[in-house]
Design a protein around this ligand. Structure first.
Ligand SMILES: [Zn+2]
Length: 103
């Protein structure tokens, strides 16, 4: 059993742990024996954990997105580097041919 104190008349009353857990999660109204209504406004443990899971999922998505962007940049730079190497080889070959033609 869970003991609660009415926020209006300060009467102490009990509810089952199951009902207490339900009201923590669903934030529905419940009543003291004198009929005053109240509800739990704060986030429940389940809601806090869900929020944490959502934040972690968002972080994973962002990290994945950054990693993917960096991989694309690396591939682009690698292709440029390979392209320049090909150009250098081509120019070296032309220079060698010209030297041979002039000698
Ligand atoms: Zn009350």
């Amino acid at each position: 059993m869970y003991q609660e104190t009415c926020c209006t008349c300060e009467t102490v009353f009990s509810m089952t742990d199951e009902i207490h857990e339900k009201r923590l999660n669903d934030h529905k109204l419940f009543y003291c024996p004198k009929g005053h209504s109240m509800h739990y406004a704060g986030k429940s443990k389940a809601e806090k954990l869900q929020e944490e899971v959502n934040n972690l999922r968002r972080e994973i998505r962002e990290t994945h997105s950054i990693a993917e962007m960096n991989l694309k940049r690396w591939i682009h730079e690698e292709r440029r580097r390979t392209g320049y190497q090909g150009l250098v080889k081509k120019l070296q070959k032309q220079i060698a041919e010209l030297k041979q033609a002039l000698s």
